[in-house]
Design a protein. Structure first.
Length: 258
C-alpha cells in the first residue's frame, strides 16, 4: 500500500496519503460524474484518480486503523491486486507511459539520424556506420509512434473518461488540423520518394557503378516516407477524435449536440 500510494501521488499529483483506505465520502452528483467502472480492488484507486482528473476537491481526514476482528482468511492477494492497482495508475498516466519515454527515444533517434544521414563517421575513435543509422531510425520511428499514442490517449481521456482539458488536448484538437497533418505527412513522403528517385536515376544511368555511398541517404529516405505515412494515418484518427471532443465541450456547456 505505501508503495502504490507513493506511485499514485507522484504520477497523478493527488493529495492523498493512503489510496486504499475504504472510508470515503462524496456527493452523489460527484459520484455520477466520476463514472466509476472497475470491478476489483482498483476501484479505490479509480475513485481518487478520476476525482483528480475531473478537478474535484479532495481532502483527507485522519482515521484510526483497527485490526480486523474476522476469523476468516483475507480475500486480498497481494501481487494480483497490487498489479491491478498499478495497472490502473499507469493506464491513466500518459505523460509517464508515453511522452517521457517516447520523447527521449525520438530525440535520441533524430540526433543519430541527422549525424549519419550523409554517411558514416567516427566519434572518439569509434566507427559509426549503417548499423547505428538503423538503430537511430528505429528509435526515431518508435519514439514518434509512442508520442503519437500519448496524444491520442490524452484526447481519448478527454472524450470518454473524466480527464480535464489539457494543453496537449487543446493543441491536438484546436490548433492542429487534419489538413496540416496531411500536408506535412505528404511533404515527407514526397521528399523521401524524391531522394529514392534520384538514387534510382544514378543507378540506371551508370551501369556497374557501386552504390555503397548511397546506403545512408537511401535509408533516411525510406525512414522519412514511413514517418510521413504514420503522420497521415494519425492525423485522420486525431481528426475523428477531435470531433468527439467538440461534442464533449458542448455537453459541458449545456449546449445541444450538433
Amino acid at each position: 500500500n505505501p508503495v502504490l500510494s507513493w506511485a499514485a501521488r507522484l504520477i497523478h499529483h493527488a493529495p492523498v496519503g493512503d489510496f486504499h483506505c475504504g472510508m470515503r465520502g462524496l456527493r452523489r452528483e460527484a459520484l455520477v460524474r466520476l463514472g466509476l467502472s472497475t470491478p476489483g480492488m482498483e476501484f479505490a484507486t479509480e475513485m481518487i484518480v478520476n476525482a483528480v482528473q475531473a478537478g474535484l476537491r479532495i481532502r483527507e481526514v485522519p482515521t484510526t486503523l483497527v485490526k480486523d476482528g474476522r476469523d476468516r482468511p483475507p480475500h486480498l492477494r497481494s501481487f494480483r491486486d497490487g498489479w491491478r492497482h498499478l495497472r490502473f495508475i499507469l493506464l491513466y498516466a500518459p505523460d509517464l507511459l508515453y511522452f517521457l519515454p517516447g520523447g527521449a527515444m525520438f530525440l535520441l533517434g533524430l540526433i543519430m539520424v541527422a549525424l549519419l544521414a550523409r554517411g558514416p563517421m567516427e566519434v572518439g575513435g569509434h566507427y559509426l556506420g549503417v548499423h547505428f543509422l538503423a538503430l537511430g531510425g528505429v528509435l526515431l520511428l518508435v519514439g514518434f509512434n509512442v508520442v503519437t499514442f500519448g496524444v491520442l490517449a490524452r484526447v481519448i481521456g478527454r472524450c470518454f473518461l473524466t480527464a480535464r482539458a489539457s494543453r496537449v488536448v487543446g493543441l491536438a484538437t484546436h490548433r492542429y488540423t487534419l489538413e496540416a497533418g496531411l500536408s506535412v505527412g505528404g511533404l515527407l513522403v514526397l521528399a523521401g520518394f524524391a531522394v529514392d528517385a534520384r538514387l534510382l536515376s544514378i543507378w540506371l544511368g551508370s551501369p556497374g557503378i557501386s552504390m555503397e555511398g548511397s546506403v545512408h541517404p537511401g535509408f533516411v529516405a525510406t525512414l522519412v516516407i514511413v514517418l510521413g505515412i504514420n503522420l497521415i494515418c494519425a492525423s485522420f484518427l486525431l481528426a475523428m477524435l477531435g470531433a468527439e471532443v467538440g461534442e464533449v465541450r458542448q455537453r459541458q456547456r449545456g449546449l445541444p449536440e450538433s
